[in-house]
Design a protein around this ligand. Structure first.
Ligand SMILES: *Cc1c(COP(=O)(O)O)cnc(C)c1O
Length: 352
């Protein structure tokens, strides 16, 4: 059979061997231990549902998947690949957790140097990569939606890892663009229902995947079987969810750009994230969040429900303009979402 379309792979991958009588979904296997004499010995080493989920994400990204307890556990596992005292290049403005982790590794001398860069400035990133051991990239970035030129960054360091959470493997494949590892917070759009915390790293080189798996076993940063089941179940509908959310995001970005209460709209041209900046700064943006009736004011992203948050309210997010709202577009009807945004923006801008 010809290579399958990714929208088919999300449905078909990780289904087991296909034998008659086999359950169509890999069942949740809740056992910490296994009778002696078989391949699997203990529940920290492997679980059939992790394997199924890893197969599916690995097939989509074009590498070997290793699932983790969370996106941050996957980031920490990738960071462990840096030799002691090594040099890491990472985005100055991107997911705060990853930057904070690398900063703490530098503070404790686990890594020798952390070079923070503007990941959208390709020549600056390439210059910073001289002598580096790991380039940690993220694109589009959280929350400013900056886009890195992944193909131009391929080979910039011995190890190039890309946080692909915002794009998903359906919109961007870092390994095909030349990266060594793609990382996801599967908590977000991969699982898609805001009901699970899980991460996954996909390595182009199977040996790197083996090292990541050994790290996971040793550090115990394993997903729960139920979490892996939920993530895989969510993944089955990724293509249709993304199609709907992306179309709505594009339309909302267009309408927001024409709204008098909006100063600026960041939208990378694909995906389900939009980041409008409200005129009037932090107070006006907070008032918009408080006035929402349909979209949910909450952190996180990638779920079926639209979530809106002012990232600038957090310490360490100073690069985010005070009035910027990170909008994770869900599956509600575009006109209902627009009506909600418009009433929240209009109420607050006329009451100033
Ligand atoms: C949420 C997020 C993470 C961290 O993932 P968790 O599952 O919360 O640990 C990493 N990168 C990006 C881009 C994220 O949005």
């Amino acid at each position: 059979m010809d290579a399958l379309d990714p929208s088919t792979i999300v449905v078909t991958a990780g289904r087991g061997t296909g034998d008659p009588g086999e359950p169509v979904n890999v069942p949740v296997e809740l056992s910490s231990t296994y009778r002696a004499g078989g391949d699997v010995i203990y529940g920290r080493e492997s679980n059939p549902v992790w394997v199924a989920f890893e197969e599916a994400v690995g097939a989509l990204e074009g590498g070997v998947g290793v699932s983790f307890a969370s996106g941050m556990a996957a980031v920490a596992a990738v960071a462990s690949l840096v030799p002691p005292g090594g040099v890491v290049v990472a985005p100055e403005v991107a997911y705060k957790g990853a930057r904070t982790l690398f900063q703490s590794l530098a503070a404790t001398r686990r890594i020798g140097e952390l070079r923070l860069v503007d990941i959208t400035d390709t020549s600056a990133v390439l210059a910073a990569c001289a002598g580096a051991d790991l380039l940690w990239a993220e694109s589009p970035t959280n929350p400013l939606l900056g886009v890195a030129d992944l193909a131009a960054l391929a080979g910039a360091a011995p190890l190039v890892a890309v946080d692909n959470t915002f794009a998903s493997p359906l919109l961007q494949q870092p390994l095909a663009a030349g990266a060594d590892i793609a990382v996801h917070s599967a908590t977000k759009v991969l699982s898609g229902h805001s009901d699970v915390v899980l991460g996954v790293a996909v390595a182009r080189d199977p040996e790197v995947a083996t090292t990541l798996r050994a790290y996971r076993t040793l550090h115990g940063s394993i997903p729960g079987p139920m979490e892996a089941f939920l993530a895989l179940r969510g993944l089955r509908t990724l293509a249709v969810r993304l199609e709907r959310a992306s179309a709505t995001a594009a339309e909302l970005a267009r309408r927001l750009a024409g709204h008098p209460a909006i100063e600026d709209v960041r939208y990378p041209g694909f995906g389900s994230m939009v980041a409008p900046t409200v005129r009037g700064g932090a107070a006006a943006a907070d008032a918009v969040c408080a006035a929402l009736r349909l979209a949910v004011p909450a952190t996180s992203l990638g779920g079926v429900e639209t979530l809106i948050e002012r990232r600038g309210k957090y310490a360490g997010e100073e690069a985010s303009p005070p009035g910027l709202l990170r909008v994770s577009v869900g599956l509600e009807h575009v006109d209902d979402l627009w009506a909600d945004l418009d009433q929240a923006l209009t109420t607050t801008s006329t009451s100033e």
